[in-house]
Design a protein around this ligand. Structure first.
Ligand code: GDP
Ligand code: MG
Length: 209
């Protein structure tokens, strides 16, 4: 069955030194450089235009925003990194905020976004190093797939992953066309849904024999 998001609501925002909300279900963090399409991706997955604030001006999200989805798990919109116009102090503050969250032990999965048209930046590589260092399971997504011809999307997405130093696969995604949306939803379903009851029964029956 295809996984669907039926309900999504804003939970809370957390800044430097703030307290994270009580952890309920699985927590999936969305990371990526400023303007790559993190908030748009959340809105697209949730079928809501204005759940997460999007902006043409990079560097707008300065807080960690928690969204509760299907009443059970969380999608977490992180501040973007690599925002050139930010002051040094701001960069340090946001970096600290992101790192302490990723190192908190709360994060069950990271969805890392890369722009399908560009090579990963030094900041992207640094982020990927953190993901490997903290050993958090991850999924790579190449955003703005609609900016490339259909025939080029899959290969360009995979090239992004390869250039990052990851196994060469990324989901080609577009909030505009819906490319990759169901694939990413199904991936999220695998993360948040308990295993099917039939499988558990079979395992039990086997152990009884
Ligand atoms: N063409 C296209 N533009 C997108 C897509 N996703 C985001 N954008 C645009 O990119 C800009 C930044 O998006 P936003 O979601 O705010 O990025 P964030 O800073 O990573 O949260 C906005 O102008 C969006 O409309 C996409 O899939 N296709
Ligand atoms: Mg955003």
């Amino acid at each position: 069955m295809e996984f669907r998001i039926k309900k999504a609501e804003f939970n809370t925002s957390v800044g430097t030194g703030g307290k994270y909300p009580e952890k309920k279900g699985a927590e999936i963090a969305i990371v990526g450089k400023s303007n790559v399409g993190k908030s748009s991706l959340i809105n697209s997955l949730c079928n809501m235009n204005k759940l997460a604030k999007t902006s043409q001006k990079p560097g707008k999200t300065r807080l960690i925003n928690f969204f509760t989805v299907n009443g059970g798990f969380s999608l977490v919109d992180l501040p973007g990194y690599g925002f050139a116009e930010a002051s040094k102090e701001e960069k340090l503050r946001w970096g600290g905020l992101i790192e302490s969250y990723l190192g908190s032990g709360r994060v069950d999965h990271i969805i890392m976004l890369l722009d399908i048209r560009h090579e990963p930046t030094a900041d992207d590589r640094q982020m990927f190093k953190y993901i490997l260092y903290y050993a958090i399971p991850y999924t790579l997504v190449a955003t703005k797939a609609d900016k490339l011809a259909k025939s080029k999307r899959r290969q360009a997405a995979n090239a992004c992953a390869k250039l990052l130093g990851a196994p060469p696969y990324a989901i080609a995604f577009s909030g505009e066309t819906g490319d990759g949306k169901q694939e990413l939803l199904d991936r999220i379903g695998q993360i948040v849904l308990p295993p099917a009851p039939e499988e558990e029964e079979t395992a039990e029956q086997k152990s009884e024999e």
